[in-house]
Design a protein. Sequence first.
Lengths: 95, 497
Amino acid sequence: MSVDQDTVRRIARLARLALEEERVAPMVQELNAILAWVEQLKEVDVVGIAPLTSVVEQRLKMRDDVVTEGGNADALMANAPGGEDHFFVVPKVVE
Amino acid sequence: MALPANPTDFTLAQARDAVAGKEISSRELTAAFVKAVEAARPLNAYVTETPDRALEMAAASDARIAKGEARPLEGLPLAIKDLFCTKGVRTTAGSKILSNFVPPYESTVSQNLWDAGAVLLGKTNMDEFAMGSSNETSAYGPVVSPWQSRGSNAKLVPGGSSGGSAAAASANLCLAATATDTGGSIRQPAAVTGTVGLKPTYGRCSRWGIVAFASSLDQAGPIARTVRDAAIMLKAMASVDPKDSTSVDVPVPDYEAGLEMGVKGLRIGIPKEYRVEGAPPEIDAMWSKGADWLRAQGAKIVEVSLPHTKYALPTYYIVAPAEASSNLARYDGVRYGHRASGARDITELYEKSRAEGFGAEVRRRILIGTYVLSAGYYDAYYAHAQKLRTLILRDFTEAFKKCDVLLTPATPGPAFALGEKTSDPVSMYLNDVFTVTVNLAGLPGLAVPAGLTDEGLPLGLQLIGKAFDEATVLRVGRAIEQAANFTAKPAPWWRAP
């Protein structure tokens, strides 16, 4: 399988990654080189093989549904590129 | 054994005993390292140096020692890969998108080290988001290896992604360093810099507070100068952590205790599929030598088969980008990290912030990952790759019925020149051909220096163990270390004359 320019534009949009128009064609080539290389996996018959979901045999741990840490709004906001009064500020979302 | 004249030449074990025995204060030891780090800036091994904090922590350690309250790593200066969140100290993950990120919390692994008394020298450079095998994708410039080929001053890569940690350990810019390994990022740089790198079993060290790349593969471990030092570091780094749901409830043993037990009676597996075409003959020769060393010490060498080895790397390049594209979705320019200016709406804010903040290799992997997870392609790529992973794990389970530890080469060659492989992603990916299988199966792997090439560059051997059997891996590593007697050090060309 390989990707074309429209597919690359579509996945860039899905990934929310701006891709300049002049970067689209080179990216098609780069991605296709990688996809051609992983194509060899198709040689392997995987009928009846379950996908690996965990390398460790352990049941996922559950914890009590209680607040363990809280009241850290100042610390949480300290790295926000746009923040005011414990709110994240973004461009207008709803018209 | 007499201590080296220069404290930066101490091993971690020597420094531990010297500080505990009051032969040297932590302040003297730390000051020596602070000076060495400053003098080594041409290597670009550190992204952030923390000399003031280091000397404060050292003073506090000296006070504890005076009161008889020393902890296992009291007063010992370490380097921390810039992927571990350190409270109040900028943590970049090698990326522009986190260039101004100062974590309000501490990773579990680094907290464990501070709780053991260790001293922070600074944060080490790395490939952006740990994606790379040469440390050339860092937004803060490449790390230069302290090693050079005999008779040449061409700059070489230190391997990656933990290139800064490997360079710092190799050039004596710390006693040891933390690192992380998703496809070989501890073992490959350790092997090409003549250091010891240990990737523990998945679930041994907590991932909490480590910037995520591929969560089912990421694992923290040490890069150190000796096998004993790696054992000391792992003991302190590992824990059972309720903050990481994949942290496994297995008590942390004393990895130093059994180091000198020798290999008599152990069965060492040689997987025939690790003999790759086109690899330089010295790789094969080093591998045979490693088997001879262990045989001479009483181990039994057995040939084993890992039939799906050749599929490990392509499997990894589906699984890892898929998980990365998901993990890196959090960098959106809203809550932390780089934000693009002048965006007209929220979508443009996301798209521009991410395009400006991520480098070329990270963008490429996000797009591959997004593609293999997208509607209509998930089964063909991601689900298929996860089935391959089952087969790869099964290969190891079968092999370990016949042997206790596997011996393989660590890398397909020695360090290469800066810029030599950056234009072809797939040729760069091939550096991890011997290490990546271990991540897919979640097993522990150790790189140990074994010798030098004709050009004077380090080569390593890799030992792979059963899950949670780091103790045996370290014990065999110690046997190789003794037989190899690797004492070579890079000439300090980076210091001002």
